[in-house]
Ligand binder design. Structure first.
Ligand code: HEC
Ligand code: HEC
Ligand code: HEC
Ligand code: HEC
Ligand code: HEC
Ligand code: HEC
Ligand code: HEC
Length: 259
């Protein structure tokens, strides 16, 4: 059951997020420190409904958003509301929305890391989008307020790639010779949060390509990939080494994606 296992990932935090919000001051359950609601000195939690009056559109679209749908099972069921990301809103509301009275995660992902602890680790890997440096925001690829939190997720694959292509126009076709792998998803080969490999690749060697391309060793000592003996080529380095399949995203001149 996908839902349950995925909950398992966050349960340590997520399952008790509901408690966190219910008993805002209580961030200790048993021996463990759990989700720490954002703090704004002097402010109190007002509740999601209080945001409706002034942020009507966000309030209504939020009802169907991933983060609004998340419920802890059983008696602790509770929405993850606006203030779980924005912090307690009492001062913000009383002041009619004055500057610097509420947290905007666009400026810092730290609030997201409270629940998605593993993401801090991913973004700290040697090759990652510069989210911690503040040059790219979680909100560039994720929609906290409406629909699926992964922009383009859950619908068509092409629309998921659109998120990447708005910043990476070089990878946008149409190419004369397309690589069908790109019709799938950029995340087949890249982890946009970060990896240990150059260019945020999910694997640093041919394993990346052999996810889809079949490799066959013959008795004659050939290494067939795509019907061609690759034994002499694989010595040269990775499949996308200069002079090999360099144009891995698509080519205007080479059907074998060489340049
Ligand atoms: C009395 C009206 C009012 C209420 C109620 C209100 N806001 Fe606001 N809020 C504003 C105004 C005005 C702004 C500034 C203009 C804008 O961005 O819309 C603002 C801006 C914001 C911003 C952006 C701040 C920034 O620095 O970029 C966030 C986030 C926000 N509100 C969240 C909330 C949340 C969460 C609630 C409920 C707890 C809430 N607001 C309730 C009026 C209100
Ligand atoms: C999962 C975390 C999360 C939740 C829950 C959440 N927000 Fe936001 N909110 C964000 C992020 C992230 C941004 C900055 C988006 C960006 O990068 O442009 C933001 C920005 C805003 C802004 C600034 C204007 C804008 O559209 O960028 C307002 C106002 C706001 N949120 C109100 C709300 C209200 C009202 C709710 C509840 C109905 C809510 N938020 C729930 C994460 C969240
Ligand atoms: C109060 C805790 C909490 C906060 C704060 C929070 N999230 Fe989440 N988020 C969750 C939970 C719980 C899930 C559901 C996990 C699951 O189903 O695996 C989730 C799911 C997601 C997903 C996956 C959606 C999907 O369809 O797979 C994304 C993306 C996401 N959050 C991004 C963010 C971003 C970006 C922020 C900060 C703006 C944020 N979250 C803040 C608790 C939180
Ligand atoms: C450059 C784009 C990009 C940025 C920036 C980004 N994400 Fe993601 N994220 C994605 C994509 C794409 C997926 C879907 C992965 C897939 O389909 O394999 C995803 C999936 C997720 C998921 C659900 C699956 C998982 O890996 O657990 C969570 C949670 C999440 N992101 C949280 C965050 C948080 C928190 C931030 C900011 C600290 C963030 N992301 C920044 C692109 C991004
Ligand atoms: C908001 C703009 C933005 C979005 C959206 C975005 N990126 Fe990026 N991307 C960047 C920036 C900025 C860098 C860092 C460039 C640098 O360090 O020179 C980067 C770097 C990269 C790199 C490494 C490039 C290198 O030369 O090392 C890869 C690969 C990448 N992004 C893939 C993706 C994928 C896949 C997605 C979609 C899931 C995506 N990006 C979405 C802005 C974006
Ligand atoms: C079949 C695997 C694969 C897929 C799918 C894929 N990439 Fe790549 N990408 C690579 C490889 C391999 C490299 C490293 C190329 C190099 O180092 O010469 C790379 C490098 C990059 C770079 C760094 C700049 C460059 O050309 O070296 C960016 C940016 C990038 N990819 C974005 C994307 C985007 C956006 C998508 C989706 C539209 C995507 N990639 C889909 C394999 C892939
Ligand atoms: C998601 C699956 C997938 C991945 C991953 C993938 N490919 Fe492909 N690739 C395809 C499909 C499908 C085709 C078109 C059918 C074919 O020729 O096998 C193709 C075609 C090609 C071709 C053109 C073959 C010809 O006709 O000459 C080359 C070259 C190629 N891929 C290289 C790579 C390299 C290099 C990598 C790793 C960076 C890679 N592929 C990763 C699916 C994939």
């Amino acid at each position: 059951m996908k839902f349950l296992t995925r909950w398992g990932n966050v349960l340590i935090f997520g399952g008790v997020i509901a408690w966190g919000l219910l008993l805002v001051s209580c961030t200790m359950v048993g021996e463990r420190t759990l989700f720490m609601p954002p703090q704004i000195p002097g402010a109190k939690f007002a509740g999601t409904k209080e945001c409706r009056e002034c942020h009507t559109q966000i309030f209504s679209s939020f009802q169907e958003a991933t983060h609004a749908r998340m419920m802890a099972p059983g008696e602790h069921a509770k929405n993850v509301g606006c203030e779980s990301c924005h912090g307690p809103g009492s001062q913000h509301i009383q002041s009619g929305g004055a500057a610097a009275t509420i947290i905007n995660p666009r400026q810092s992902p730290s609030q997201c890391f409270q629940c998605h602890l593993d993401k801090r680790g991913e973004f700290s890997l040697p090759h990652a989008h510069p989210v911690i440096a503040g040059k790219v925001s979680c909100g560039d690829c994720h929609n906290p307020h409406a629909g699926d939190a992964v922009i383009g997720g859950g619908t068509s694959r092409a629309s998921a790639n659109e998120t990447c292509l708005k910043c990476h126009s070089q990878q946008r076709g149409p190419f004369v010779f397309e690589h069908e792998a790109l019709r799938e998803n950029c995340t087949t080969c890249h982890n946009p949060h970060g990896t240990v490999n150059d260019k945020m690749l999910k694997a640093r060697n041919q394993t990346l390509c052999l996810q889809c391309h079949y490799q066959q060793q013959t008795v004659a000592g050939q290494l067939l990939i795509g019907g061609r003996d690759h034994a002499p080529f694989v010595q040269r380095g990775v499949c996308w080494t200069a002079g090999c399949h360099e144009a891995v995203h698509g080519s205007h001149v080479s059907s074998s994606l060489r340049f």
